[in-house]
Design a protein. Structure first.
Length: 158
């Protein structure tokens, strides 16, 4: 498992796109009226909630990503669905505490059905996150294999 500092870039990537999907969902629900009137504090809070939900969903399901092979790809596919569901539940709950828990996942599904390119990009980003974590984990395992021999070499020099 990669350390906490290694997740910063992937969490930022998920949070940024989660905020963007929230923004687009909000525009779809309003019919685009916010372009004329502008966003208020609550609308910006909904956009921020989308980012927080995506980031926390990724943190919760991070053990599903970063494994190599066919089994790892299967775990990542299930993890992508898990991140999407959990992130939408968290974002909806933060945005509207009682009804938002149901409304968040519903809004995500409706937005992805209406704009399939958003779903394609979202799952593409989660695939990229999987590959980034695969790369990080393989680098960590190589360093773990090299480190004992290097310690033995340097101990002979002293």
């Amino acid at each position: 498992m990669a350390s906490g500092r290694d997740y910063g870039s992937v969490i930022a990537l998920a949070a940024g796109y989660g905020s963007m999907v929230s923004y687009i969902a909000l525009l779809r629900i309003s019919g685009g009226d916010y372009f004329a009137t502008g966003f208020g504090a609550y609308q910006w809070w909904i956009v921020i909630c989308g980012g927080i939900g995506a980031a926390l969903g990724l943190l919760i399901a991070r053990d599903r990503f970063g494994r190599v092979g066919i089994k790892g790809m299967g775990r990542a596919a299930v993890g992508a669905l898990w991140v999407s569901l959990i992130g939408a539940v968290i974002a909806g709950t933060l945005a509207l505490p009682v009804y938002g828990t149901m409304f968040g996942p519903f809004s995500l599904v409706v937005t992805f059905v209406a704009k399939p390119v958003l779903a394609l990009v979202w799952f593409g980003i989660l695939a990229l996150i999987h590959l980034m974590l695969c790369s990080q984990l393989s680098r960590d395992s190589r360093q773990a294999q090299i480190a004992p021999s290097a310690r033995a070499f340097y101990s002979r020099l002293n």
